[in-house]
Design a protein around this ligand. Structure first.
Ligand code: PHE
Length: 355
């Protein structure tokens, strides 16, 4: 037994000298010092020995075990240290290297335009508000000087909210998907906070779909009401917006028109971004505008009946309003060329990623 212990010790120490890596070292530890290793197997014979021999051999066994463990620890830590050095040379990262940028999204083209428009009007003191996009007929039409059966309503191809053919109706008339943001006019006046400088940007809906129309689109409605507001204020605000949004080279024009809720009413035109107002491009009639001007949207001085509907005295207060389509305004910017406006809402990333 003593010989066996000696043999195990010598074999182990010899093998330890030959071992070349930490995997081999671990194998060796299991083979000799493990729970089922050579040393434990040998020590299993102890209980069958005579009392005095058992004590002596047991003591010797423990000594051998300690010697082996010590030798193992020494070799193992030396080996770990040298393997660490080797690993540091092959396996390292340059923490100063730029990282891999994760793919980042961006706001939708129309949201970007809405931000830009609101920012420009904000500089003139206009406050962004949001009025309902599902509203009573009263705010969409009636309070805007368009009585129930007035034919002018036909110009707004309106969706009504209903259930199985029955249009929902309440205390302020039928319920509509707002066909324009002008429903915000009387609603804003009802807040009774004057003067008013509102910019109401919202979704609007009309029964139309072609290359230049989508059934859902956005409008921004400007409303300014105070004592002594005149058409020159409207012209000034329009001019400022156009130069900021489209560029200083663009000119503006007010063209007489008719709306029930403004008097006088007008359409606002700007010089075409392609021919810059000349109506000609490369010796031919400009294909975009044909005459030098393109239409931006409607405007006018708020009709006295509308002021009254909002609880204001037209002899004291006056104001102007305008309403333009966001998509239309955006597409008219000369650096954005979209020939079918419906692509804006097809969610095709190949299109959206370009902006
Ligand atoms: N609401 C009108 C439209 O949708 C535009 C407009 C707004 C005209 C305000 C005059 C004043 O066409």
């Amino acid at each position: 037994m003593k010989n066996d212990l000696d043999n195990i010790k010598n074999e182990f120490l010899k093998a330890l000298e030959d071992v070349s890596d930490s995997l081999g070292l671990e194998d060796l530890r299991v083979e000799y010092l493990g729970r089922k290793g050579k040393l434990s197997q040998l020590m299993k014979q102890l209980p069958s020995m005579a009392e005095d021999v058992r004590r002596e051999v047991g003591q010797l066994g423990n000594d051998v075990k300690k010697t082996l463990e010590l030798a193992f620890t020494e070799v193992s830590s030396a080996m770990n240290a040298s393997e660490d050095v080797a690993r540091q040379q092959t396996d390292w990262i340059d923490v100063t290297q730029p990282g891999v940028r994760p793919p980042g999204g961006h706001l939708h083209l129309v949201t970007q335009a809405i931000d830009e428009v609101s920012t420009i009007f904000k500089r003139l003191g206009f406050v962004s508000t949001r009025h309902p996009e599902v509203d009573w007929d009263y705010y969409a039409f009636e309070s805007l000087n368009m009585p129930k059966t007035h034919p002018a309503r036909d110009e707004w191809e309106t969706f009504f909210i209903g259930d199985g053919g029955t249009v929902q109706e309440g205390k302020k008339g039928k319920v509509v998907l707002t066909p324009h943001t002008s429903n915000g006019q009387v609603r804003e006046m009802e807040k009774k906070q004057l003067p008013i400088r509102m910019i109401n940007i919202n979704k609007t809906y009309r029964r139309q779909s072609d290359a230049s129309h989508t059934p859902m689109f956005h409008q921004f409605e400007g409303l300014m009401i105070d004592k002594g507001v005149t058409i020159t204020h409207l012209k000034g605000v329009f001019d400022y917006f156009v130069k900021e949004f489209f560029g200083p080279e663009r000119e503006v024009r007010l063209r007489p028109f008719h709306f029930r809720f403004t008097e006088p009413s007008m359409e606002l035109d700007i010089t075409c971004g392609v021919c810059l107002g000349s109506g000609e491009n490369e010796g031919m009639k400009c294909k975009i505008c044909k005459e030098g001007w393109v239409e931006l949207g409607g405007a006018g001085m708020v009709h006295p009946n509308v002021l009254r509907a909002g609880g204001l005295d037209p002899d004291v207060y006056s104001g102007f309003a305008f309403g333009w389509g966001v998509e239309r305004t955006m597409v008219m910017k000369s650096d954005i060329n979209i020939d079918d406006i419906r692509v804006l809402y097809r969610n095709d990333l190949r299109f959206l990623e370009q902006f």
